[in-house]
Design a protein around this ligand. Structure first.
Ligand code: PRX
Length: 631
């Protein structure tokens, strides 16, 4: 573990001078069934990256068998949605038995190495258990955030041709109960690959069970053994697929493989959170996102940590819930998203004042840029000005944290993710692909050398992977983010430079939302942009052209319904403006930068508009929006 700045510098130097040697050294503490013969082969042209090639392993053996001497340590603490319900604690040995039982249930359903399993679950222990059960038998999990709609779920099932879906009879979320099994039933009307649905009892809601397809997990588990031998995996075999949005088309399945992901999730977890045995660590993310994969499940469990899984939401039953949970378990490391911080801040200090947070040693932020005000509030009110605040920058595609302070090693600086971890080689490029060597200039953030948990492909479509990440700047991995570097080499992430919006830390492609809006029969065309939003970071603004506009009709509700149906409530536009036309270039492209300005209430200095076919539309849209604001 990195404990000093000089050690960081030394490790960083080694990791750049001889990356294979650096990671080979680190990989020695893992349990390999067969040691890797070749540490790294790569090119960013195809792209083709292989780490620990030829090595044989199973990631769950590295969680359970490798750490057997600590099997009585607590692995997972589960805190339910309702604070009055009893929580659960699972030791490593108990978790291991449950993972093995789950693995045996999957096997009984015919799941084999390489098969895809969709996990559509709330934050209950079975979410982690089912992921690990897949990993145990070499099946590839693809967790889908349980807030996604039936259409989104079926798109993902169809894309990876999943054999099994794991779900529950319902989800608790704050004071709501969400009928997730109904969503699965709906999704399966348009998905033929699924042979079985494994349903976990959580809410005792009345649901339909389809004979021969749907099984209660609680029934099947009764007849299986609680030991299951680990499948031997190649380092480059698939561990999981996680779907994420980009600027174009449908969400793509980001592929992570066994060896590199295992190494990097542990390495980054240990260093960024400086986890010591006995500490209690809590990441508030959902396992439906990469943060939940790497920093609730794999990173902490590989490190033998005690990790909290939280089923609820930050403001239920009160906006003190996070602080109550920190107090209840004496949490030492706390990791959350800026949107949650801003939301909790907006309720007023009375909900946080009075808590002392004596146990906290590190607080973290992830998912979107954290603005200075939120940073300071978090640092002062929760970190009590004593805890380093790690602003961690990374992505679904990077598998693990890339740029972040290391507590008590690298100084924190508000709004800066600061320095790259060893092994990570960032570079800023201008739009022509030239390196920006001087400091304090904005550029496109790229990475010039592979790290162990870089995505390997996008599932079923390698060309898309190449085009999305490796073609904009030849020879580099392009992150899609803009950044700048200060005079101390520290990076500040400025947000997406492509057509991706970051809403409450969720990545949403503008094209996806437009597609969903255009499904509404009233809509002729739409354009979606992100705009600054006080709590969500970015909000979704939709400019929509309606066919045969009638006064008095509630088009906004109908549009929002369409988005909820096609994607899910997280992608619902915050602001909808009905417009007579959209600013288009002669080649028919929508000039989004103009819409971005209008949505941000910047009503002048539109820059060069000479290529517009219909420049008069700018004034029209502007006055419509001003009217709306003044109403
Ligand atoms: O724009 C960056 C933003 O979130 C994007 C990645 O989103 P996703 O793949 O969903 O993963 C989120 C959790 C890792 C990035 O391209 N982002 C993530 N962390 C930060 C951030 N932006 C600024 N600061 C961060 N710390």
């Amino acid at each position: 573990m990195i404990k000093s700045l000089s050690q960081y510098k030394e490790d960083y130097r080694k990791s750049v001078e001889d990356p294979a040697e650096f990671w080979s050294e680190y990989s020695k503490s893992f349990f390999w069934r067969k040691e890797p013969g070749n540490i790294l082969s790569w090119n960013f042209e195809d792209p083709d990256v292989k780490w620990f090639f030829d090595g044989k392993l199973n990631i769950t053996e590295n969680i359970f068998e490798r750490n057997k001497k600590n099997e009585n340590d607590t692995a997972i603490i589960w805190e339910p949605n309702d604070p009055n319900e009893k929580n659960k604690e699972l030791s490593y040995s108990q978790l291991f038995k449950q993972v093995c039982s789950f693995a045996n249930v999957l096997k009984a359903l015919g799941v084999k190495k390489g098969d895809r399993v969709i996990i559509y679950l709330p934050m209950i222990p079975e979410a982690a258990i089912s992921m690990l059960a897949c990993a145990r038998i070499g099946a590839v999990h693809s967790v889908v955030f349980a807030g996604f709609s039936a259409k989104s779920l079926s798109d993902r099932i169809n894309d990876c041709k999943a054999k099994v879906v794991v779900t529950s009879d319902g989800n608790y979320r704050g004071n709501k109960t969400i009928p997730v099994k109904d969503v699965v039933d709906e999704a399966l009307k348009t998905s033929s690959s699924v042979k079985s649905v494994l349903t976990i009892k959580r809410t005792n809601s009345k649901i339909q069970m389809v004979e021969g397809r749907d099984y209660w997990y609680q029934d099947l588990i009764k007849s299986v053994k609680n030991y299951c031998a680990a499948e031997m995996m190649d380092s480059e075999d698939l561990l999981f697929i996680l779907y994420t949005s980009g600027s174009t088309g449908k969400p793509k399945g980001v592929v992570h493989t066994c060896g590199g992901y295992m190494i990097y999730s542990q390495y980054s977890f240990e260093n960024i959170f400086q986890y010591e045995r006995g500490d209690t660590y809590w990441c508030t993310a959902d396992v439906g996102w990469i943060t939940g994969h790497s920093y609730i499940v794999y990173g902490p469990l590989l490190s033998g940590a005690k990790t909290i899984m939280f089923e609820g939401v930050p403001n239920y039953p009160t906006p003190s819930r996070f602080w109550d949970v920190i107090d209840k378990y004496d949490v030492n490391q706390f990791y959350t998203a800026p949107t949650a911080i801003r939301a909790l801040q907006s309720y007023g200090d009375k909900y946080v004042d009075g808590y002392e947070f004596r146990s906290l040693k590190v607080i973290g932020s992830v998912g979107e840029p954290i603005n200075e005000e939120a940073w300071k509030w978090y640092y002062e009110k929760v970190g009590m000005r004593k805890c380093p605040l790690v602003d961690t920058w990374w992505q679904t595609e990077t598998g693990g944290i890339m740029i972040s302070p290391i507590p008590n090693v690298i100084d924190c600086k508000p709004t800066y993710a600061t320095l790259p971890l060893p092994g990570i080689q960032p570079i800023l490029l201008d739009n022509d692909g030239n390196e920006i060597k001087e400091n304090n200039r904005e550029g496109n953030l790229c990475i010039k050398f592979p790290w162990p948990s870089i995505l390997r492909t996008t599932y079923g479509d390698h060309k898309r992977c190449k085009e999305t990440y490796f073609s904009t700047f030849k020879g580099y991995y392009f992150t899609g983010d803009g950044a700048k570097r200060d005079d101390n080499g520290m990076y500040r992430i400025l947000g997406r430079v492509d057509d991706v919006i970051n809403v409450s830390g969720h990545r949403i492609g503008t094209a996806e939302v437009e597609d969903a809006i255009n499904q509404d029969v009233n809509v002729v065309e739409s354009a979606v942009v992100g705009y600054p939003h006080e709590i969500k970071g970015q909000g979704i603004f939709a400019f929509v052209i309606i066919n045969n506009l009638k006064s008095g009709y509630d088009y906004s509700s109908s549009i929002r319904l369409s988005v909820t149906k096609h994607i899910g409530p997280i992608a619902k536009p915050d602001n909808i403006l009905i417009v007579p036309g959209l600013p288009k270039t002669r080649s028919g492209k929508i000039m989004r930068r103009i819409l971005r300005k209008i949505s941000s209430k910047e009503f002048d200095n539109f820059g060069d508009t000479s290529t517009l076919l219909n420049p008069e539309i700018i004034d029209l849209i502007t006055s419509l929006y001003k009217d709306k604001i003044n109403k």
